[in-house]
Design a binder for this molecule. Structure first.
Ligand SMILES: [Zn+2]
Length: 188
């Protein structure tokens, strides 16, 4: 039975916050009630967590219909690292829905060429279990897909034909199993 601290350490978390003053720092307070899961949709070689940290800190927008759409989220996870881009108490812009942004942490799972995808998923499950533990969130009701908020086919690799199905349910069941395995010293 791992402790919460041991599980957290296994993630090798690094913190690379988007600099203050950048246009993709909302500055808006967040009390996380949900965790929103994404896939990066970037299958390029090297599009790992560090590359996304660089993107968020130095660019931070996509061009959509000719104008900049600023984006930000809280964590990116790949098969050997995990980077935090925002404080957990600050709104990010990732859900394609004001409700989703206002109430959830955003986690992007990498899918770059050559990644050990299952390992990336497993590490994401560990991260989510730690967050559920810390924030007292139930995975079955509070860990949701990007699709839940906006209808987008995201996280594509965890959906069945664009819908939450068996793959997503198995993912959540694994998060629940990790969460239940945490050996909480407060519970004697
Ligand atoms: Zn998404």
């Amino acid at each position: 039975m791992p402790t919460r601290g041991e599980l957290g350490k296994s993630l090798m978390l690094s913190i690379s916050h988007i600099p203050h003053g950048r246009s993709n720092r909302s500055g808006s307070p967040l009390q996380p009630k949900y965790i929103t899961v994404h896939n990066t949709e970037n299958s390029s070689i090297g599009a790992d967590a560090e590359a996304h940290a660089n993107f968020l800190s130095k660019t931070g927008y996509y061009i959509h219909n000719g104008s900049k759409r600023w984006v930000s989220w809280h964590f990116t996870v790949d098969d050997d690292s995990c980077v935090r881009h925002l404080p957990l108490n600050e709104v990010g812009w990732h859900a394609g829905s004001s409700q989703g942004n206002a109430h959830s942490l955003g986690i992007e799972i990498c899918m770059n060429k050559g990644i050990n995808q299952n390992r990336a998923f497993d590490r994401t499950k560990t991260l989510i279990a730690c967050l559920c533990y810390d924030l007292n969130l139930e995975p079955e009701s509070r860990v949701v897909t990007h699709r839940h908020w906006s209808g987008k086919n995201c996280p594509r690799l965890l959906l069945n034909n664009g819908q939450e199905g068996a793959i997503w349910q198995a993912f959540i069941a694994d998060v629940r199993a990790i969460l239940n395995s945490i050996d909480d010293p407060a519970q004697i």
